[in-house]
Design a protein around this ligand. Structure first.
Ligand code: DLZ
Ligand code: SF4
Length: 509
């Protein structure tokens, strides 16, 4: 019987993967491949590459133990091809196979590469989700606006999570209103569970250090989980120690505590070590047992069954061109500060510094510090997108692109975000302890020492008045702007232009 190849990608490390379900261990050959191209098509953070390669090696061992034959070239194998499709062709030649069974990749680039390969490739749906692109399209059909909140309600009904009959548990669908507390500095939080590298991981770390030395980011200390069993322990630790405060403090940012109450498991979820249904069930159990308040449980479940699934629906609905959208016509090059260049803005320095060390920042750091700054400064959204895709361990295009192009940079023309998520320094001052140690003054609105967010905020709104001026949710801010004295408005715009000129000239901002 002619052998078939079963492709398993680095973010498809689930034993119930559709391609594995369709295969037969007695007949088929699993192909996994460490390839240079996947590490460099954007220059991924070394920690992210190490996570994926180590988790792939552990997963290949688990597959072998389960009876599969696995072809697995390592990155330093001189025979190995440089790309996924190159490796499939090489294996097909060696084994006389013409047929490949794959699970559809989470990125149009690879979907197209598999389509174009001179082999018979079947791309099965990736069903490790609670919804599907087809179900999303059916929901979206005929709607004028694709609001996450309504999709989320449908997902609550569909999954039955936190429902009492056809009503949401506790009477409200969304408890976000309770979730905006700044975190007290003196709380001693457990932080995410850390794992010491085993010998497999140590080998990978040496390899990544040698091969991707020039990439932005610290490789060590490396403490991520690399197997499903470890990832489950990491989630368990979160559910026990941190979930109770997750709701209250989910938007808080603290210098001395990078993870606050976040679970830091998105990277495990997105490479297949955890399943969204399992983690939601656990969260609901904690809430039902009275160990976790409803605002924490609902907030967490919403991120997983609402936000995450909604963004995936948007990515596949909008098609391959989505990552090049630029509705606001932003053209500025990504400033050097994103790659660790010097800055006087403490919030940006903290967020980028943490990103460099951890390959992780939480959602408000990503949305309201770096994302906010890039949007206010008018940075080319494609460059912003590539940055996020490269530097975060959990970033895969299906989830990262709608978050960045849609939610953060409103470059999709308002499909994901009904208004731009922009703020002056005031929001950052309220939600963090960054401003106290900053060279700028957050209360200063104009002049040299003024917080750049204060200046760029008004400059952005002024520049894009045609687009946002008629948005009812933006009405109050435009009225505030209009009430300012004309000479003050002029000063703000002049000072903002100076900040932008400094950015363009490479001067420290
Ligand atoms: C991100 C990544 C990296 C760095 N390396 C590999 C690899 O060597 N082999 C592999 O199969 N997958 C890798 N990946 C994950 C892929 O880039 C990912 O499957 C696609 O971007 C689709 O989400
Ligand atoms: Fe950031 Fe402005 Fe606060 Fe400085 S003053 S930390 S630049 S928000």
């Amino acid at each position: 019987m002619v052998r078939r190849l079963i492709l398993v990608l680095g973010d498809q490390l689930s034993h119930d993967l559709s391609a594995l379900r369709a295969g037969d261990p007695a007949r088929d050959l699993v192909v996994m491949a460490e390839v240079t191209e996947e590490g460099i098509y954007v220059r991924h953070h070394p920690k992210k590459i190490a996570l994926i390669l180590s988790a792939m090696r552990h997963f290949a061992d688990e597959l072998r133990a389960a009876g599969w034959e696995v072809a697995y070239p390592r990155l330093d194998d001189p025979q190995a091809a440089r790309s996924i499709t190159g490796e499939l062709l090489r294996r097909a030649g060696a084994h006389g196979a013409t047929e490949v069974i794959a699970t559809q990749p989470g990125e149009w680039r690879l979907i197209a590469a598999l389509d174009a390969a001179p082999l018979r490739v079947t791309q099965l749906p990736d069903d490790r989700f609670l919804s599907s692109p087809e179900a999303f399209n059916a929901w979206a059909e005929g709607r004028r606006e694709l609001r996450m909140e309504y999709f989320y309600r449908e997902m609550r009904r569909k999954t039955g999570l936190m429902m009492e009959g056809d009503k949401p548990a506790g009477g409200k669908w969304n408890y976000d209103h309770d979730n905006r507390k700044p975190a007290p500095r003196d709380l001693l939080r457990a932080g995410p569970l850390r794992f010491a590298p085993d010998t497999i991981t140590e080998e990978v770390l040496d390899l990544v250090a040698a091969r991707f030395a020039g990439h932005f980011g610290c490789l060590r200390p490396f403490w991520f989980a690399v197997t499903a069993a470890e990832a489950r322990r990491a989630f368990d630790h979160f559910a026990t120690h941190l979930l109770p405060g997750f709701g209250d403090y989910q938007d808080a940012m603290l210098t001395g505590d990078r993870f606050v109450h976040h679970s830091v498991i998105s990277m495990y979820l997105n490479i297949g070590l955890l399943h969204p249904g399992d983690i939601c069930a656990r969260v609901v159990t904690e809430w039902q047992a009275g160990r976790v308040p409803i605002n924490a449980a609902e907030g967490y479940v919403r991120q997983v069954i609402g936000w995450r699934e909604y963004l995936r629906g948007i990515y596949f609905r909008e098609g391959p061109g989505y990552v090049r959208r630029n509705a606001l016509g932003h053209r500025r090059a990504l400033p050097a500060v994103f790659w660790g260049g010097e800055t006087r803005m403490n919030c940006v320095a903290q967020t980028v510094g943490q990103t460099r060390e951890e390959a992780y920042a939480h959602h408000i750091q990503r949305l309201m510090v770096t994302g906010n700054f890039a949007l206010l400064a008018g940075v080319d959204p494609a460059q912003v997108h590539e940055w996020y895709l490269a530097v975060y361990a959990d970033a895969f295009e299906w989830v990262e692109a709608p978050n960045v192009i849609g939610m953060s940079q409103v470059a999709d023309g308002g499909i994901v975000a009904s208004k731009p998520y922009v703020s002056s320094g005031n929001y950052i001052a309220k939600m963090s302890d960054y401003c106290g140690a900053c060279a700028y003054s957050v209360t200063q609105k104009t002049g040299e020492g003024a917080c750049p967010f204060n200046l760029l905020y008004w400059d952005f709104l002024h520049r894009h008045r045609d687009r946002f001026g008629r948005n009812p949710r933006m009405g109050p801010v435009y009225r505030t702007w209009d009430r300012m004295a004309a000479d003050r408005r002029e000063t703000v715009l002049r000072d903002a232009a100076q900040v932008l000129a400094r950015l363009d000239s490479g001067a420290v901002v």
